[in-house]
Design a protein around this ligand. Structure first.
Ligand code: PGA
Length: 259
């Protein structure tokens, strides 16, 4: 049975001092919750990773460490980049790969997404591959075709036994940061389509084990319904993960759903 993953994507927010406060607050609140089958992860900016890792390890917090991106190169003349091996050394467990903001603003195409996912998995971490359609693509009825192209390209050539090293997040672009989340039915339909693509590429067993997340204006008000979809195994939360209270309210909904 798949566990749930509630992951907070901090984006370009929180310096390392603010991160100390947020993780401290989160740790306290999580200690009052019985997480059961719900896993919690945070994806802070690179400069916070060491700090967050020390807090999580020192206080034995039930929080997995995630990064927001990494280079598909291992080392070399790539000014400003951070490699997968560097993240692995910091005990990073999850790395977002191909978030739509990276695709749109930093020229990350399907091929680079694929190479980055491979680099992350090779280092023993979990690639959280983000896919999703634009509003225009949705209006033209291309949602499933876009998802199929993005997923197929990202996972091509990955070994069949990659189930524990791969998470796919469905994040429709029109829902990110807009306050308008997809309906639970749309999120379920998209995740079910994604699972079918994984099945046709990596086989039934792997497809049945890979966790699929929904992301885009997730909040405590819609979390339970979104998570009720049989193919939706968690949430990638942006804005609502920046405060411990709102993030924990979502986690509490996930616990209720996965009880
Ligand atoms: P949001 O962001 O929850 O603020 O819409 C989600 C994301 O981009 O991962």
């Amino acid at each position: 049975m798949r566990t749930a993953l509630i992951a907070g994507n901090w984006k370009l927010n929180k310096d390392h001092l603010e991160a100390i406060h947020l993780i401290g607050d989160l740790g306290l609140r999580l200690s009052n919750l019985d997480l059961g089958r719900v896993e919690v992860a945070v994806h802070p900016p690179f400069t916070d990773l060491r700090t967050v890792q020390s807090l999580v390890e020192g206080d034995k917090l039930p929080i997995s460490l995630g990064a927001q991106h990494c280079s598909h190169h291992h080392h070399g003349a790539f000014t400003g980049e951070v490699s997968a091996p560097m993240l692995a050394k910091l005990q990073t467990r999850y790395v977002l790969v191909g978030h739509s903001e990276r695709r749109a603003m930093f020229a990350m195409d399907d091929q680079v997404v694929h190479q980055t996912a491979k680099a992350v998995i090779t280092e023993g971490m979990v690639a959280v591959v983000c896919v999703g359609e634009t509003e225009a693509e949705r209006e033209q009825g291309q949602t499933l075709a876009v998802l199929e192209r993005q997923v197929r390209s990202a996972i091509a050539g990955l070994p069949d036994n990659v189930a524990d090293d791969l998470v796919v997040a469905y994040e429709p672009l029109w829902a990110i940061g807009t306050g308008t989340a997809a309906t639970a039915a749309d999120a379920q339909d998209a995740c079910s389509a994604i699972r079918r693509v994984i099945e046709s590429t990596l086989g039934t067993a792997t497809a049945g084990s890979v966790r699929l997340l929904y992301g885009g204006s997730a909040s405590s008000a819609n979390a339970f319904e979104l998570l009720s979809g049989p193919d939706v195994d968690g949430l990638l939360v942006g804005g609502a993960s920046l405060e411990a209270q709102s993030f924990c309210d979502i986690i509490a909904e996930a616990i209720r759903c996965y009880r």
